[in-house]
Each structure stands twice: as structure tokens, then as C-alpha cells.
Design a protein around this ligand. Structure first.
Ligand code: IMP
Ligand code: MG
Length: 431
């Protein structure tokens, strides 16, 4: 089963994976890097994870980081140590030897490149993820396997660094990076990561063959997908489940995937730049952003702390995402955030120069011009955080969910009404 973000990321995939992981044997991250951030609240405390799969809190599960992930060793080691400090068992964590590594020049180029783009900056997280994937595609990447032996690492760094230093000094006019600085640091990372390195594909396929459940945990959202997202304001990997994403990122075939679950927030958020047709700039945006802020659950980036841009649910963009992900079920999160709203809007179509359209245009200039056509539904104005069954939801909330199912052409199997594991309404069990 694959869990993907349906919108622009931060839909609450971490808490959904944390819930579903109960029934899985293996939980795997298959794409992105530490640009992603999950917040998970459970009986062990509150955790912010960027690379380690959300299944880590169940000691008996194997958690893997697939070949499709861009790995910053310093971040991963820091996360492992942070978990160990809170007595979370990390002995069943496996890192793919085929994963590409984020090197110092990737972080530097990410930042230099954003500066050079000026007003047209993507608004990246600045973690070097894009340049790391660029090098992977350019066949210049350094992989986890290369970190384990000096005889492999020395020639790899030498070859790439010479090229990257020419880019850093020539294109961006910045200071070059010294070989010794990165070699010493990265060979040391290799030593510390070695106990975790393994063959991820074998682990995933073994579990699959035995009939155990495997959960493939997406990062970010489908509308940031390199192929299907709002290009060029996208990330440099494939967060969606199209066979080039989930299956590729752990080394299995598309036919090994039985079901794809899309996680959608009950409204929309986006961090970074780029088109966002339903974006709000009024008090409603502030209200939604700061809901639960006093408990650290407002809409602020887990990775960068940036305030997230806020808008109503965009059913046009969401339906597009349902279609290209082949979604069989939806998990609708943060329903409780809408509790106090007198009315709730859903964007059902766009207006473009007097015409109504119901698909997502590819052209950035057009996408910036479309105006949302809204349907307004009555709010419920009652707390839902204690609700555990669909029938106990206020009728207006039930009507909202039914309308989402119709517009997105996909059933809602799970609804979350709060950050804790048990604050969920399971309409249809996903496993
Ligand atoms: P990058 O992935 O750092 O290159 O950033 C590219 C775009 O994806 C920017 O708009 C980021 O804000 C966005 N982005 C990357 N990772 C996440 C995430 O985990 N959640 C939300 N947005 C993200
Ligand atoms: Mg996030």
C-alpha cells in the first residue's frame, strides 16, 4: 500500500502512516529527502522526522529508506541519535546502498541558485535536494555505497568536485569547496551509517512474498511532483505514486502495488512559491493557519518554519491528483481545523476569461490567472476532536465529506480529527 500526499505537501501523511503502520511489517520511504518533514504525536512524545519513516515508533517493524530518497547523512545521523536519546529503537532501520547522497555542493548550489533566480525563486527548502537529484540524473551522483570505502569515495568526490567547483565559481561567483573538507566528513559519515546500510529491495520483496503488509510512505505532495505538479514550482523528485515514483523508489514493480491511498487536508496549504488558485489573504487564512498554534500545530513548515500559504480545498487540483495517482481511497485530515467556520468553501471549477474549466492547466501564466468558482457549504461549529465514528460527526461535516468524495471521485476511508493516533474516524479499514 502506498500513502501519497494529494496536494502540495503537509497533508498529514506522517500521522496517517503512523496509524496504518500498526498493521504493516515494513514501512518504507521512497522519495524526496530532508526537504520533507513529518510531525508525529504519540504516547512517546512529539517527533519531527525528515528522513526516518514514521513506522519507527513500532519496535517490531522494519523501516527502510529507499534508493529513491536523497539522503543528507548529517541529518539522518542526527535524527537517529535524537530517536535513540528518547529510547526509540532504531536497530530495524535500513538505508539503501543505492540512495543518492546530499553533498556540501548541493546545499550551496540550492541556495546560490535560488538567489540567482531572484523574483522567480522556487522557494525551495534550501536543503540541497534539487541539486542532488540533478546530479543523479546527470549521472554524477554519489551514493550511500560510495561512502563506505575510501577507495570508492576518493575518485567519486574528485571527479564531481572539480566540475562543481567550476560551476560554483564560474556560474555563481562563490568560493570553491575543498576536497579535504568533504572527504574527511563524509568518510566518517560512512562509518557511522554502515550498520544501517542494506539491500532495501530484498527486504521489501521478502515481506511482500510472505504476504506481509508493506507501507510505502510518500513525502511532500503530488502537486509538487516533477512530472505532474505545477512546474517549475515543484520539487525535483516524484512524490506521486506513478510507477516512476513509489515502485521505483524501493525497487519493486508497479504490479506489486495493490492500493494507493491519498492524504488530503480538508483545506489547502502550500509553502514556497508558485500558483495556488484558492489562496486566501484574509482573516480566514490567519484563523486556519493559527488553529492549534499554541500547541505547535499551526500551519508553519516542519522543515523551515515558514508560515504556510492557506486556501480552501481546491477540488480541481485534488481530482487531477486523484487521477494521476490512481487513488483507491482518501484520508481526509485536519477536519477539526474547520470546526469553528460558519461556512466552508470548496473550489469546484476555475473561471478563465469568462469560461469555466474543470481541469488543471499546464501553463504557469494561465494557472496564475484562473479564478476559483466556489461552492459554499454550511459549517458545523461544534468540536469534532472526540468523534470516532462517521455517524457521530455533525450532519454538516458528513455532508462536507460526501461532497468531497463526489468532487474528487474517490471514497474517503479515513478522517482525522486531531494529531494523536486515536483521533481518527475509520470509515473503511485500509488494510
Ligand atoms: P525543494 O524540494 O527544497 O527543492 O523545494 C521545492 C518546492 O517544494 C518548494 O516550494 C518547497 O517549499 C516545496 N517542498 C519541498 N518539500 C516539502 C514538504 O515536505 N512539504 C511542503 N512543501 C515542500
Ligand atoms: Mg511536511
Amino acid at each position: 500500500v502506498v500513502v501519497v500526499g494529494g496536494q502540495w505537501g503537509d497533508e498529514g501523511k506522517g500521522r496517517i502512516v503512523d496509524l496504518l503502520a500498526r498493521k504493516a511489517r515494513v514501512v518504507a520511504r521512497y522519495s524526496a529527502g530532508n526537504n520533507a518533514g513529518h510531525t508525529i504525536v504519540n504516547d512517546r512524545g512529539e517527533f519531527k522526522l525528515h528522513l526516518v519513516p514514521a513506522g519507527i515508533f513500532y519496535p517490531e517493524k522494519t523501516c527502510v529508506i529507499g534508493n529513491g530518497v536523497a539522503v543528507d547523512p548529517e541529518v539522518l545521523l542526527g535524527e537517529i541519535e535524537g530517536l535513540q536519546a528518547k529510547q526509540i529503537d532504531t536497530s530495524k532501520l535500513v538505508l539503501s546502498d543505492r540512495a543518492n547522497v546530499i553533498m556540501p555542493w548541493h546545499r550551496l548550489i540550492d541556495q546560490l541558485d535560488e538567489k540567482q533566480r531572484g523574483d522567480a525563486a522556487i522557494g525551495t527548502t534550501g536543503k540541497g535536494v534539487g541539486p542532488c537529484f540533478t546530479d543523479k540524473v546527470a549521472r554524477r551522483g554519489i551514493r550511500v555505497a560510495d561512502l563506505l570505502r575510501a577507495e570508492d569515495l576518493v575518485p567519486r568526490i574528485k571527479a564531481v568536485l572539480e566540475y562543481q567547483n567550476r560551476v560554483i565559481t564560474g556560474v555563481y561567483g562563490a568560493d570553491p569547496i575543498r576536497f579535504d573538507d568533504c572527504f574527511d566528513t563524509y568518510i566518517e559519515y560512512g562509518k557511522r551509517l554502515a550498520p544501517f546500510v542494506g539491500d532495501v529491495q530484498e527486504i521489501v520483496l521478502d515481506a511482500h512474498r510472505r504476504g506481509d503488509h508493506v507501507l510505502l510512505e510518500g513525502a511532500q505532495g503530488s502537486l509538487l511532483d516533477l512530472d505532474h505538479g505545477t512546474y517549475p514550482y515543484v520539487t525535483s523528485s516524484v512524490p506521486s505514486s506513478s510507477s516512476s515514483g513509489a515502485a521505483l523508489g524501493v525497487g519493486i514493480g508497479p504490479t506489486d502495488i495493490s492500493r494507493v491511498v491519498g492524504v488530503f487536508k480538508s483545506y489547502s496549504t502550500r509553502v514556497g512559491n508558485g500558483p495556488f488558485p484558492t489562496e486566501l489573504f484574509d482573516v480566514v487564512a490567519d484563523q486556519l493557519r493559527d488553529h492549534g498554534k499554541e500547541f505547535g500545530r499551526g500551519e508553519y513548515g516542519t522543515t523551515t518554519g515558514r508560515p504556510r500559504r492557506i486556501g480552501w480545498l481546491d477540488a480541481v487540483a485534488a481530482r487531477y491528483s486523484v487521477r494521476f495517482n490512481g487513488l483507491a481511497a482518501l484520508a481526509l485530515t485536519r477536519l477539526d481545523v474547520l470546526d469553528s467556520m460558519p461556512t466552508i468553501k470548496i473550489c469546484t471549477a476555475y473561471e478563465l476569461d469568462g469560461q469555466i474549466i474543470d481541469t488543471l492547466p499546464a501553463r504557469e501564466s494561465v494557472l496564475n490567472k484562473v479564478r476559483p468558482v466556489y461552492e459554499e457549504l454550511p459549517g458545523w461549529q461544534t468540536p469534532t476532536e472526540h468523534v470516532r465514528s462517521f455517524d457521530d460527526l455533525p450532519p454538516q461535516a458528513q455532508a462536507f465529506i460526501k461532497r468531497v468524495e463526489q468532487l474528487l471521485e474517490c471514497p474517503v476511508d479515513l478522517i482525522s480529527v486531531g494529531p494523536s493516533r486515536e483521533q481518527a474516524v475509520i470509515v473503511n479499514p485500509i488494510f
